[in-house]
Design a protein around this ligand. Structure first.
Ligand code: ADP
Ligand code: MG
Length: 454
């Protein structure tokens, strides 16, 4: 009997076959090609007379069938000792949370484009403040070149980088034949300096002027940098002549970029200029959930709401606080309570400045508990009065960052009683949903940006 040189399909464990084929294939193409075209390539099914592969993009399916048939056949031959016919099917990925079409597309590795694959349309929450920018970003992603240039501006942490990278990721995934490049203006400058030093300007120009989609982040960094502005101006013109898609963002309206060549400013303004602003509370809450999911999740809704309510300066800070709490939960191996969260992220909540909040605190408390100020300051031991006092004292210590002495003055108690009451209150808040809900009512009046009640 003939001893087979190769094992037959039936004799090999399935995973070994699958990995074997992939490994053999990987050796037949360059790393770059592997990452670009085979990142979603899977072995679905193997029998003696047919092998089925899948990819998650129709364009890639066609492309592989057309250009890589030889390599695939040769890989199969290496593993099985003979050619087995194969076919590639298109397998849609289904995003868990959203059904819109862009959410089903596939995101490829990003080394070539410099894009962060987390920054997609599907992970971007649309709400007030970013809606118009989103619409144009989406348009330029689905019809690259139609609205060009697009210039998005807005303050720190409003989502500019996320949105402009989403354009790049979308195009890169949907139309892999298009060349997408994302760079910060600083990155552009550094590369240019290096190219100048090494006498490689031609290569530099080839890299940036030979693209279909050119995305530049934080243009304001080039203020006063004349040489780089000049290079950008030429890059801009060449790409516009070729009807390519250009996308820019900056922390200010292009009209007010200082130390910027007028002709470059007028280029920026010749297309669509859109402002992005910080979203409102409802949207921030949704964003907090989306960021938390992206970063590993596990935070309670009430904690996320608390963060969205109290960190209203920049979404970057919101993200920082979320990451900190997720890390804390992982290390401690348990959920953080809202009270702990408040302490842990206090660095993100700006401290109060020079305000005497005593009257304000008492009046807000009296509103929430329906008690007169004098009742709150009294010695009464009635349950609702005690609760109002405890929450007020805890709040004054933890949020208003007041000393025990000052709190004592407000509540008509000695510093040692304040210290003791605050600790006891913290314990109670941790264990009592009723106390927590009252604390939340109080927090609704709190403006962490200035560290005071409003
Ligand atoms: P900017 O570039 O304007 O300073 P970023 O794009 O870096 O802001 O946004 C800061 C953080 O907030 C990022 O982690 C980003 O993913 C997140 N973020 C901003 N806007 C949204 C949004 N609408 N939906 C989801 N995440 C967002
Ligand atoms: Mg940015």
């Amino acid at each position: 009997m003939r001893t087979p040189l190769y094992l037959t399909v039936k004799e090999l464990p399935k995973t070994m076959i699958k990995n074997g084929i992939l490994e053999a294939l990987k050796r037949r193409v360059s790393d770059r090609i592997w990452k670009k075209w085979f990142s979603t390539f899977e072995v679905i099914h193997v029998t003696e007379d047919e092998i089925v592969f899948s990819v998650r993009n129709l364009f890639i399916k066609d492309w592989l069938e057309e250009k890589y048939k030889k390599q695939i056949n040769s890989a199969i031959k290496e593993v099985f000792g003979r050619v087995i016919p194969f076919k590639i099917i298109y397998k849609e990925t289904v995003d868990m949370e959203v059904g819109e079409d862009e959410h089903n597309i596939d995101y490829l590795p990003s080394e070539e484009t410099n894009l962060n694959p987390d920054f997609r349309f599907s992970t971007f929450v649309v709400g007030d403040g970013n809606e118009t920018a989103y619409k144009f970003a989406k348009k330029s992603a689905t019809e690259p070149g139609r609205f060009s240039p697009i210039f998005i501006y807005g303050g720190v942490g409003v989502g500019k980088t996320h949105l402009i990278q989403a354009i790049g990721n979308y195009i890169y995934a949907k139309k892999p034949q298009l060349k997408v490049i994302y760079t910060t203006s600083e990155g552009f400058m550094n590369e240019m300096i290096k190219a100048l030093r090494e006498n490689r300007m031609e290569k530099f120009r080839e890299k940036f002027r030979n693209v279909d989609v050119f995305i530049m982040d934080d243009v304001q960094f080039l203020m006063g940098k004349n040489g780089v502005q000049f290079e950008l101006f030429n890059t801009f013109n060449e790409l516009m002549d070729k009807k390519k898609q250009l996308v820019f963002c900056s922390d200010r309206d292009p009209a007010v970029l200082q130390d910027f060549q007028d002709r470059l400013i007028s280029r920026f303004r010749m297309g669509i200029v859109i402002e992005m602003r910080l979203p409102n509370l409802e949207t921030r809450k949704k964003i907090a959930r989306r960021i938390a999911d992206r970063e590993g999740g596990g935070l309670d809704e009430e904690v996320l709401d608390f963060l969205a309510e109290n960190i209203d300066g920049s979404l970057r800070e919101l993200r920082g606080a979320i990451i900190k709490l997720i890390a804390y939960q992982e290390i401690e191996n348990r959920k953080v309570s809202i009270v702990e969260a408040m302490n842990l992220v206090s660095g993100f909540l700006k401290k109060k400045v020079n305000v005497d909040p005593s009257e304000k605190l008492i009046s807000v408390l009296s509103g929430i508990f329906d008690l007169s100020p004098s009742m709150i300051r009294s010695k009464s031991r009635k349950a609702n009065i005690v609760m109002a006092r405890e929450i007020g004292i805890f709040f004054a210590r933890k949020y208003l960052k007041m000393s025990v002495r000052s709190v004592g003055k407000i509540f008509n108690r000695s510093p040692s009683v304040i210290s003791h009451t605050s600790k006891r209150a913290e314990e109670k808040i941790r264990n009592s949903p009723v106390m927590r809900s009252y604390l939340n009512k109080l927090l609704a009046h709190f403006n962490p940006a200035v560290g005071e009640l409003n």
